[in-house]
Design a protein around this ligand. Structure first.
Ligand code: URA
Ligand code: CA
Length: 438
């Protein structure tokens, strides 16, 4: 592969690639003509040399064209998608789909499954007895036309180049490269067919971007890609100094979403949902500015939003009674309290450790083939800023595993290590750190 060699060499030496060169490499990779070792070397060259705005857009479009693309044109209205850059206990999609639909904006959501320490919306919804996510394209469009909302699994052949490249990056220490992350996320959003996109870019210990400057740079890169591809795109930057809300785990997060749709959810989860939803309404042309969108949505909590969730569940063959009685959701037989080792104030809760702990308890997958326990997970009783006495429970672990097993012991240790406790209260901090393109 002389041509691939030259493209790698050019990038390694810090030169800008043409669109044709990027296209050649990505299409060749997707077709199996460029081998993994050359693609791995290319990813490492990009990691060190970066990519210009034009190169990043060309990379994204080449990836989009590596597979099928979805058209939502047969669904009336402006379709707005939402994406979060990898959260732990990020229950926002479960809340936003019915909430935004209740405001009259159609939501055709294609979601994924969880892997590692992050959860997936499909797994969460499937914890509702009977809930089906294997909708065909026609069923999805039909349901959105009928009730304004649907959630389905991604088409199998959506951006195959990203699937292969992401797996390669994962094992070659090239995941945390800004142009590679931006193009990976945006290629999937563009291929999924929405007219406009709202991004939630997480910033902090549990996120890809650990500080505000890096998170801002990622947000700007993704907004530029979206607009370069002709889709209105807005990014909200939000803090990831702790998991969002209190629940981490599939059925536990459905229950938390129901509470939030009732207007009785955790303050941080509600705040982020209203901010993201306000942007979605604004991009859909429903309101003149995002603040008015948030206000409108707040008024729907309790009545219309919860009813829309029931409609969504029923339409996808789930037991909608869970919305009135969350005890009908799968329940873990074992609940273990996690006593605080010290008195003081919770400073932060490392999201990744909580995610890994929940995974060990059964809530997540280590490999794609693993089965998950819908009832397993963690409920955080104490969050950042809360005072705690020594021995007082910080969290409750939910599992079906033997509480004396080494696996549960490891999960317990990990959850405990996630909590940072200090004598003085932490400085006040905000959840919403900024916006790009709003
Ligand atoms: N999520 C993705 O889909 N791709 C990345 O590269 C990082 C996060
Ligand atoms: Ca949560």
């Amino acid at each position: 592969m002389v041509r691939a060699y030259e493209i790698i060499l050019k990038k390694r030496n810090g030169l800008a690639l043409t669109g044709a060169e990027i296209d050649y490499l990505i299409k060749g990779y997707a077709a199996g003509l460029v081998p993994d070792y050359q693609m791995a070397a290319f990813a490492m060259a990009v990691y060190f040399q970066g990519m210009s705005r034009e190169e990043t857009l060309a990379l994204t479009m080449a990836m989009v064209q590596s597979g099928e693309t979805v058209s939502l044109a047969d669904i009336p209205g402006i379709k707005v998608d939402k994406h979060s850059t990898g959260g732990v206990g990020d229950t926002t999609t479960l809340v936003l789909v019915p909430l935004v639909a209740a405001a009259g904006v159609p939501v055709a959501k294609m979601s994924g499954r969880g892997l590692g320490h992050t959860g997936g919306t499909l797994d969460k919804l499937e914890s509702i007895p009977g809930f089906r996510t294997d909708l065909s394209r026609e069923e999805l469009a039909d349901q959105v036309r009928r009730i304004g909302a649907a959630v389905a699994g991604q088409t199998a052949n959506l951006v195959p180049a990203d699937k292969a490249l992401y797996a390669l990056r994962d094992v070659t220490a090239t995941v945390d490269s800004l142009p590679l992350i931006a193009s990976s996320i945006m290629s999937k959003k563009l291929a999924a067919g929405a007219d406009a996109i709202v991004l939630d870019v997480k910033c902090g210990d549990g996120a890809f971007m650990k500080n505000l400057d890096d998170a801002l740079a990622l947000a700007r890169a993704m907004v530029e890609i979206g607009r370069g591809a002709g889709r209105e795109t807005v990014a909200i930057l939000s803090a990831m100094e702790q998991p969002l809300g209190r629940a981490v785990g599939n059925a536990l997060e459905v229950e938390e979403a129901i509470k939030t749709l009732r207007g009785e959810g955790p303050a941080d989860l509600e705040e982020l949902c209203l901010v993201l939803g306000g942007q979605m309404l604004c991009l859909a042309g429903k309101v003149p500015d995002p603040a008015r969108g948030s206000e409108l949505l707040k008024g729907l909590l309790g009545g219309a939003a919860l009813n829309k969730f029931k409609e969504l569940i029923a339409a996808q063959h789930g037991d909608a009674r869970v919305a009135d009685d969350p005890s009908l959701l799968p329940q873990a037989p074992v609940r273990l309290e996690l006593p605080s080792p010290a008195a003081g104030f919770v400073q932060r809760i490392r999201a990744e450790s909580i995610g890994r702990s929940a995974m060990l308890l059964g809530a997540g997958r280590e490999t794609k083939e693993d089965a998950i326990d819908p009832a397993a997970g963690i409920v955080l009783l104490k969050k950042a800023g809360d005072a705690v006495k020594a021995g007082e429970p910080l969290a409750v672990l939910h599992t079906a595993l033997d509480p004396a097993s080494p696996r549960v012991e490891q999960a317990r240790r990990m959850a405990l290590e996630a909590y940072e406790i200090d004598a003085a209260p932490p400085a006040a901090s905000s959840l919403i750190l900024g916006a790009v393109g709003a």
